[in-house]
Ligand binder design. Structure first.
Ligand code: ATP
Ligand code: MG
Length: 493
């Protein structure tokens, strides 16, 4: 069987070192799972998994730098390498599984057994091929290679039985199909449709991990559509489904559902990170519930869909047990996705407000969600000048302004050393100091400023006032100068 298959993909020495060490002392060792699927397609594996008839303790005795990974006896071997896909190589003992009564885990797992039993418990034929890298031979008892060549996802054995054992496999089928661009075999598809509701028994964390992997593929739009058509989306994020067939107003050619999906797809086309992709998918999630007909406008309105959408996004992501950071950033992006649009009217103070609201750490992502929104409407990319203008204004809004707040002496200290009470004299003194510091930043030390303020405060008030006013002018000039540099860098006026 497939003896003639030539694998041209080079097995990294970190990996063959492990398999040959196992074989040398008489154990069997095979590459298995995703990495074999990948190398058969000449794709670089994301991680390397090895399966063996050695027991966990026996594996640990053979290698240094090992750790126990999970309940399945997996031993992780840490390799010294820069390549992240090789840092931890996982070895899992052959195992066969007892009956599944709760639709998610086997009642018992045993580590005795044969390679055949281990392959039999795996989810799909394409994931159930073992590769002996010493002989260059495949163990492919379920014809996984043929399914890889035909680009088909098919369960190992009866799909009903296999999904009944662990319903997460239902979602894995769609995630792998999205990721690999494979179709799902018809019998497998029918079982998915029939058993979709078994996803109710699966923990949100496991669902979330597969969902995230799907969102992070190159074609998440196809994945979500497939989840919807197969009846899975309602167990992941039913809120997204409510946008189906919901017609929008004048500017929009797509339904809310299709618009959200296209926005998501753009985020993937640009390679943006998970929280931006989630925000793109959810940005108009509350349009269905906020839609009202306006007799005056003779059109639909969606007032407040940003505010409600931010809340709904938070609810969905919390339900899916996403880390707090992702929940916070994605919901802030949805909440503020409607920010400024009219470049000629937008003021710097409005931009400052948006930076403050969404958080400076999210502001560039907000620009990206905005791009997703726009492309998702079927509109052309933002004109380069406008885009640069926004970028410039955001930078202008985010920079720390030049002010007496920069001085290494504050009002309290100043009063303490000058014995002066609050009033114009203190203001003049601070601005006079600021002028000196702008002239020579080296002077911005408490020692120097204390010394100078004692001298300045003794000056006649008229003279001090003049110095203070010069300081204020200098400050404005310096401000303008900094803004001009930013604008010039972005090539805008
Ligand atoms: P990826 O390339 O995204 O990591 P993968 O196929 O390697 O995909 P993993 O989650 O890393 O996916 O799982 C490794 C292997 O373990 C799979 O190839 C499959 O053989 C097996 N496996 C994983 N999850 C299940 C499951 N729920 N039921 C049966 N077998 C599974
Ligand atoms: Mg893997």
């Amino acid at each position: 069987m497939n003896e003639k298959t030539v694998i041209s993909y080079p097995i990294p020495p970190e990996v063959s070192r492990v398999t040959s060490a196992l074989r040398k002392v008489g154990f069997e060792a095979y590459l298995v799972g995703g990495c074999v699927r990948d190398i058969l397609q000449d794709v670089k594996p994301k991680d390397w998994d090895i399966t063996t008839n050695a027991k966990p303790e026996e594996i640990q005795e053979l290698f240094e730098n090992t750790f126990y990974e999970n309940d399945y006896g997996t031993v992780g071997i840490v390799s010294e390498t820069e390549d992240p896909t090789l840092k931890v190589i996982e070895i899992t003992p052959y195992r066969s599984e007892g009956a599944y009564t709760d639709k998610r885990r086997p009642d018992s797992v045993s580590f005795h057994g044969k390679l055949e039993d281990d392959l039999k418990r795996r989810d799909f034929t394409i994931n159930a091929i073992a590769y002996d890298d010493s002989k260059g031979q495949l163990k492919d008892i379920f014809e996984g290679l043929k399914d890889i060549q035909d680009k088909v996802i098919r369960t190992v054995g009866d799909p009903h039985a296999r999904f009944g054992e662990d319903a997460l496999r239902i979602l894995r089928a769609v995630r792998l199909s999205t990721d690999l661009g494979f179709t799902i075999d018809l019998a497998t598809q029918n079982a998915i449709i029939e058993q979709a509701s078994d996803l109710k028994h699966i923990s949100m964390e496991r669902i979330r991990d597969e969902f995230s992997k799907m969102i992070m593929t190159k074609n998440p739009m196809i994945g979500i559509v497939m989840c919807q058509k197969l009846g899975l989306l309602k167990y992941i994020a039913p809120e997204v489904e409510s946008g189906i067939d919901v017609e929008q107003n004048g500017d929009h050619i797509y339904s809310v559902w299709e618009h959200n999906l296209r926005a998501l797809q753009h985020s993937a086309d640009r390679g943006w990170p998970l929280h931006v992709r989630l925000a793109a998918l959810f940005h108009d999630i509350a349009k269905p519930e906020t839609r009202r007909w306006s007799n005056e406008k003779k059109d639909w309105t969606f007032y407040g869909h940003d505010v409600v959408g931010g809340r709904v996004t938070r609810k969905v992501l919390e339900r899916l047990k996403y880390p707090q950071k992702i929940v916070d950033s994605a919901s802030a992006l949805v909440r503020y996705h409607l920010f400024f649009s009219d470049i000629d009217k937008i003021t710097l103070s409005a931009v400052r407000r948006i930076v403050k609201n969404v958080g400076p750490e999210n502001v560039w992502d907000l620009m990206n969600v905005r791009a997703c929104d726009r492309i998702g409407m079927g509109r052309p990319k933002e004109a380069p000048y406008r885009l640069r203008k926004y970028q410039s204004m955001i930078e202008e809004a985010m920079r720390a302004p030049i002010s007496v707040g920069m001085l290494k002496i504050d009002g309290d200290k100043l009063m303490e050393v000058t014995h002066e009470t609050p009033g114009p004299k203190l203001g003049y003194t601070l601005h006079a100091l600021l002028e000196e510091v702008l002239d020579d930043p080296e002077r911005n030390t408490e020692d120097y400023l204390v010394k100078r303020s004692i001298e300045l405060i003794k000056l006649p008030i008229e003279e001090l006032k003049k110095l203070g006013e010069e300081g204020m002018e200098k400050k404005e000039e310096a401000e303008e100068g900094e803004l001009a540099i930013i604008r010039k860098r972005h090539g805008v006026k």
